[in-house]
Design a binder for this molecule. Structure first.
Ligand code: SF4
Length: 392
């Protein structure tokens, strides 16, 4: 990894665009994304910096736009308009992007905000419910209650959004499977087009990790986590939400295209503090920090904190383990083509065959490979096999 990052030139036309808005109402206890409580920060200055970065590096005519964070819905309607109009002037996303997502949290999404987002060209919302249990919401440090989550979803639907995602977390300390399944029933009554259901993780440098280490929180045993995993897939499949990725479920045609591009190991341009980009075979991460990011953009016209140029083998390994996460799977030829890697440097097809024999992979419907039912919960172990081979 290079600490003095190389500059990208402008990303190629059509490249998917991610914009990181780093402000939240409060910091959730399990979260390791770069985000800070909004109070005391100059949001206008952040929008200026993001627009400046977009002017320098953002692609023209991005295929998808994703406002993430952080909590983009925390911006008021005027701020959203300045941001989205400014991005459109610099990229033309309103004419080009087929999917335009904004991440939202219930405390900052009412009908007026949803209408503003729709009017400004956003066509997909991802709403962070996380839990339907009041005590768990409190444990998570969320600032909304369950009623607010339902009200936010209904508000989004009432103004005309036809692509809505709900984010949920399961396998929470003390959670019973029956409670989780009852929560899923209530969520399914809303008929979301997409659902992301994640097994709780205890990431480095989060309060949750500290509480785990101090013994204040107990992780559920692995076999209980597995029971949640399979019961979730079964219930959502019965409701017509296909598991197209390990933690992501969608009705037919409603998969998140922006994220599918990540799993295809495609290129993308990320702007905003901490945002990562993959352009021209290079990967680069922006500086994490509000003032540090805005100052670098102002003074140096770039905010890169690190960059790296993966070898063709490393690119291919990554393409494999990302692609295997998808139900559609991938073939060896697709992997090489996505990674732009010559056949002569490909030891991974043989590894895929070995994992097939071990029962961790199976053939996908299209004749390629994907994780088998045995391999699905062991996705990280499978990824490590590919990564280890990439450095041999
Ligand atoms: S609202 Fe989302 S991004 Fe913000 S702290 Fe909570 S989990 Fe992290």
């Amino acid at each position: 990894m290079n600490a003095s990052p190389q500059l990208f030139s402008r990303a190629a036309d059509g490249t998917p665009l991610y914009v990181h808005l780093p402000f939240c109402a409060a910091k959730c206890h399990y979260c390791d994304f770069f985000s800070v409580p909004a109070e005391g920060h100059d949001r206008g200055e952040m929008i200026d910096a993001i627009l400046r970065e977009a002017e320098l590096y953002a692609p023209r005519a991005p295929r998808t736009l994703f406002l993430g964070g952080g909590t983009p819905s925390l911006l008021d309607a005027a701020e959203l308009q300045r941001l989205l109009d400014g991005l459109d002037e610099r990229t033309g996303w309103r004419a080009s992007a087929v999917e335009r997502t904004a991440e939202c949290n219930p405390e900052s999404l009412d009908a007026a905000k949803a209408q503003a987002l729709l009017n400004l060209g956003i066509n997909r919302l991802s709403i962070g419910f996380q839990s339907l249990d009041p005590a768990t919401l409190q444990l998570f440090g969320r600032v909304h209650d369950v009623e607010m989550s339902f009200a936010a979803f209904r508000a989004a639907r009432s103004v005309g959004f036809e692509a809505l995602n709900i984010d949920l977390i399961y396998a929470v300390p003390g959670q019973a499977l029956e409670t989780w399944l009852a929560d899923l029933e209530r969520v399914l009554e809303l008929e979301p087009e997409h659902l992301s259901a994640y097994n709780l993780t205890f990431e480095e440098e989060t309060l949750f990790r500290r509480w785990l280490e101090e013994g204040r929180l107990q992780k559920l045993p692995e076999e209980r986590e597995l029971a949640f995993f399979w019961a979730t897939r079964e219930r959502l499949a019965a409701a017509g939400l296909e598991a197209y990725e390990i933690s992501n479920f969608a009705r037919s045609g409603k998969q998140c295209r922006h994220n599918v591009n990540y799993w295809h190991n495609g290129e993308y341009l990320g702007i905003g503090p901490s945002a990562v980009s993959k352009v021209g075979g290079m990967r680069r991460g922006n500086h994490k920090g509000i003032q540090g990011y805005t100052r670098r953009i102002r003074e140096a016209a770039q905010a890169g904190a690190w960059s790296e140029e993966p070898t063709p083998r490393a690119r291919l390994a990554e393409t494999w383990w990302l692609g295997l996460r998808l139900a559609e799977g991938l073939s060896a030829a697709e992997a090489r083509q996505r990674a732009d890697c010559p056949v002569a440097d490909d030891p991974f097809e043989a590894l895929a065959e070995r994992l097939l024999v071990l029962g961790l992979l199976e053939h996908s419907d299209r004749g390629g490979y994907r994780l088998s039912p045995t391999g699905l919960p062991l996705a990280d172990h499978v990824a490590k096999q590919f990564l280890a081979l990439s450095t041999e």
